[in-house]
Design a protein around this ligand. Structure first.
Ligand code: C2E
Ligand code: MG
Ligand code: MG
Ligand code: MG
Length: 277
């Protein structure tokens, strides 16, 4: 993807350029094979209500279980998947797997909402709402147990088209969250009329909340904003008790972070749901 790499390319020697292209090509082929051979799988990270510490939902986070290299995190292959278009297949896989999981846990008596990350490419597919409608039917999933996460940057690329997509998705009964809130091309403008369900505040607003008064002010005003807009507010990346104590827990619907749980394999989530259920 020459355009995206832009001017940095000129700074590379021919040999380096060749090597990096070769590596990309290699990784892309490995990823193509991984999709075909089902080496991708979903981990799930609980979102926890601060007051009663109950798990209110889980976020699906894709992992690549490579036969030689072990578990590869998404940041190492999603960018390549986005450049090569493979991301559409990955998102399809993740959506289907998440829906099957919702159905399975529901059958076991633990109906729990799963939140799924969408790529910009997937979000902009005209047929996405139809695809989701079909999926919900085939996998027998109650729509309100599925939530889709999009980012501000995705919304800001084309606010009109985004509003239409979100409306169609929500008309199915599926929920929509804004992920990494506060880090994209933040604009309050879209919040005026956008039909979303929740805001997920990015973890850069919790990182240094104990030592930086500005961070604390921004974090809590974002929590207040979401609350006053009647949205669910989820704070991401809470790692310590001190961080937790710095946020307005009455206005925050849930937190998602290592302090409570890391992303876990399906089996461990199931144990957790059964224990708490
Ligand atoms: P995200 O959607 O913002 O997901 C949250 C990320 O923060 C996850 O990283 C999670 O493991 C991490 N995290 C959660 N709590 C903590 C914490 O307390 N401390 C720290 N340091 N990190 C925490 P992960 O799983 O590596 O995913 C990274 C990103 O990759 C995701 O960010 C999302 O943008 C993307 N991604 C993950 N799964 C998928 C997928 O299925 N499809 C697409 N298109 N993108 C995905
Ligand atoms: Mg997310
Ligand atoms: Mg996030
Ligand atoms: Mg994200």
């Amino acid at each position: 993807h020459a355009k995206k790499q832009g001017k940095n390319n000129y700074e590379l020697s021919k040999a380096e350029l060749h090597a990096s292209n070769f590596e990309r090509f290699h990784l892309e082929n490995m990823l193509r094979k991984a999709i075909k051979e089902e080496q991708l799988e979903l981990f799930y990270q609980p979102q926890v209500n601060i007051v009663d510490e109950k798990v209110v939902a889980v976020e699906a986070l894709v992992r690549w279980r490579h036969p030689e290299y072990g578990i590869i995190p998404p940041n190492e292959f999603i960018p390549i998947a986005e450049d090569s278009g493979l991301i559409l297949e990955i998102d399809d896989f993740v959506l289907r797997k998440a829906c099957q999981q919702i159905h399975h846990w529901k059958q076991l008596g633990n109906p729990i909402r799963i939140s799924v990350n969408l790529s910009a490419q997937q979000f902009m597919q005209k047929n996405l709402p139809d695809k989701i409608a079909t999926l919900l039917k085939i996998e027998k999933v109650p729509p309100n147990l599925l939530e889709l996460e999009i980012t501000e940057s995705m919304v800001m690329q084309d606010t009109k088209m985004s509003a239409i997509q979100i409306e169609k998705i929500r008309a199915l009964g599926v929920k929509v969250a804004i992920d990494d809130f506060g880090t994209g091309h933040s604009s309050y403008q879209y919040l005026k009329n956008f039909p979303i369900d929740s805001l997920k505040i990015d973890r850069i607003f919790i990182n240094d909340v104990e030592t930086n008064r500005n961070t604390k002010a921004i974090l809590n005003s974002m929590i207040n904003l979401g609350h006053d807009l009647n949205l669910q507010v989820i704070v991401e990346g809470v790692e310590t008790e001190e961080q937790l104590s710095n946020l307005d827990s009455k206005k925050c619907s849930a937190v998602q972070g290592y302090y409570f749980y890391k992303p876990m394999e399906t089996g461990r989530i199931q144990e957790l749901l059964e224990r708490k259920g």
